[in-house]
Design a protein around this ligand. Sequence first.
Ligand SMILES: Cc1cc2nc3c(=O)[nH]c(=O)nc-3n(C[C@H](O)[C@H](O)[C@H](O)COP(=O)(O)OP(=O)(O)OC[C@H]3O[C@@H](n4cnc5c(N)ncnc54)[C@H](O)[C@@H]3O)c2cc1C
Length: 407
Amino acid sequence: MAAIVDRMPDPRPTPVPRTACVVGGGPAGAVSAAVLARHGWQVTLVERQPLPRTKCCGECLVPRAAVWLAELGLGEALEQARAGSTREVRMLDARAGNAHPVWTHAFGGQPGVIVPRAAFDAALRDGARRAGAVIHAGRGVKLVRAGGDEGAQVGAPAVVTITALNDSSVAPRDLHFDLVVAADGVGSAIARAAGLAPTTVGSRAGWSFTFERCTDDHTLAPEGTIELILFGSAYVGLVRRGDAVHMAAIVERGDRWPTAPAEALRMMATRAPQLARFLAHYEASQPMPALEAACGPLPWKPRAVTAGRVALVGDAAGYAEPYTGEGMGWAIEGAMLLGECFRDGWTAAAAAEYQRRWRATVGRAQAHTLRVGMLLRGGRVAAHATRAAVKMAPWAARRASEMVVGA
Ligand SMILES: Cc1cc2nc3c(=O)[nH]c(=O)nc-3n(C[C@H](O)[C@H](O)[C@H](O)COP(=O)(O)OP(=O)(O)OC[C@H]3O[C@@H](n4cnc5c(N)ncnc54)[C@H](O)[C@@H]3O)c2cc1C
């Protein structure tokens, strides 16, 4: 009986293999790879850096992103990387020359999660691998042709060259894919090669440091609090995880800030006594930590998020400001949208749908963040106006703080 059944034709249509090359092994790439692999795509994820790798980041995941990861079956990855929780954001304003606390915004309901990037990104890539994606590290991807319905190449596949970095014995290979997911971060070379480069380039740079073994008095960045210190054309965000303090900063380049990150930090400390105390205490027992990672220029906004068979996701699709701590959340949300739109394969209609839904959700949130950023980057006058507004209309201040932290 079993032999007869084996010989009977299967009435289901044979699934057409769909092949995707995901470029970049950060949260956007790893989650896109996991989602597409679960939908039956043959996924190759390529990361140019040796793994594990870190990334310039404040390392705070917004509460709703934790819910999405659980829905995507990646909740375990989050738990593996969790290094603490955040329950509130406290904002200090040093624009008038002396850091004053202006807002404290408590998260209602679910807390945020602190995720050291090397561990978090590795756990997400493991999730993608378990879903069936094949992962290659230490290899760079260049886009040769976006494919799709560009010019005479109607329906042609996308073509990329994959090169083994630091291994000249492996020849570069040109490969064809039904979809290229550009998850290669701010300044995406894939977006540029696909003709999506922005018309203007931002002028802000990001840096991150980790201060290990902090024995200070915890007045700066107490456990569970994200501390944000505003300096007008620069700001720093701090969070405590165990006995370490993680710090991320954004600085307007070409302004009066020194170009060396540690020097810029010292200049900020002259305006924020809390930061000065923290640095002095730290340096009394150990040297300043080396710069962990840098990023920029910011903001980055490509013309569109699709071109032919190329789809941009995460920072590659656009990145505004880290104020609201939503970058990883947007990367995860974008990957979810991408999975939904390209579930059954690449078509021009699916690409248009992805573009439309990305603009309506992530794109809209980023435009809002840029407006908030303009407000917070204002100088002394803006600082005094903010303080006066907080005193006169606490309800308005609460709403404003919700906007700043993306609540
Ligand atoms: C100062 C600062 C603080 C921040 N703080 C927060 C925060 O607290 N919370 C938050 O949610 N977000 C924060 N962000 C934003 C967050 O870091 C990003 O939004 C997030 O990393 C985006 O993930 P991604 O996967 O799109 O890109 P990335 O994490 O940048 O990953 C892109 C990957 O692509 C690889 N790559 C690039 N080119 C190629 C190539 N040609 N071939 C192969 N691989 C390639 C890179 O090596 C990299 O690993 C912050 C950003 C900055 C600058």
